[in-house]
Ligand binder design. Structure first.
Ligand SMILES: [Zn+2]
Length: 218
């Protein structure tokens, strides 16, 4: 748990569930960040092994109102079927909004059908999918979201995510190999005035770890 930012009008907390890459370097969970924005619970990415991370950090599906998926690599959205199955089994009635690349709903349904044939949990829950194709920024009761294309595997429709509240918060859950160097992050337009910048470093012994830790203290 990294330090909370708090004002009388606005509360932000960030819990890092997973910051590993596709290969779980360093034994870290796949990408997943749990944000609390006032009363709203937001998961930024939900990678394949992140569901176990949620349990390890006592983050129940009932605490989550929004799931934002940065791009369609398994280490960033492969945990969705497990989350949805858990929510369905627990007969979740609370609405859930899932924001992400075009086609995310269809891919999620396909994943569920592959991993748990015959399950119909999604039909029984109130789930709204919102595509990055919608005009930006997307406005929600507790924050605004701006998704911007970033350099990464094109087939995954990769986006950097900027969440805006009265304070500003920026996680970028994309791999760092698509960027010239970590030191350029603070200079990117999407990063201006950011309270937090997050990336998932590619190995535990690179300078990205130092960068990651440093930026989370912002
Ligand atoms: Zn990726």
């Amino acid at each position: 748990m990294f330090p909370s930012k708090r004002t009388s009008m606005n509360e932000l907390t960030l819990k890092v569930i997973g910051c590993g890459d596709a290969f779980a370097s360093g034994g870290r969970n796949h990408s997943c960040f749990f944000l609390k924005i006032n009363r709203a619970g937001v998961l930024l990415d939900l990678g394949g092994t992140a569901f176990a991370g949620l349990k390890q950090h006592s983050v129940d599906q009932s605490q989550v109102d929004y799931i934002i998926i940065s791009h369609l690599h398994g280490d960033h959205y492969g945990g969705l079927p497990f989350f949805l199955l858990d929510a369905g089994v627990k007969k979740r009635s609370k609405p859930l909004t899932i924001v992400g690349p075009k086609g995310l709903r269809e891919k999620t349904l396909a994943l569920l059908a592959l991993l748990y044939p015959g399950t119909r949990v999604m039909e029984k829950m109130s789930i709204r999918f919102v595509s990055f194709e919608e005009p930006m920024p997307l406005s929600f009761p507790d924050f605004r979201l701006r998704a911007m294309p970033v350099i990464h595997s094109k087939a995954t429709d990769p986006h950097g995510i900027r969440l805006e509240t009265q304070q500003r918060l920026l996680p970028i859950p994309a791999t760092r190999n698509g960027h010239p160097s970590c030191s350029t992050f603070p200079k990117m337009p999407i990063c201006s005035y950011a309270n937090v910048i997050s990336i998932n470093p590619t190995s535990p012994d690179t300078s990205a770890i130092g960068f990651y830790k440093n930026t989370c203290r912002i």
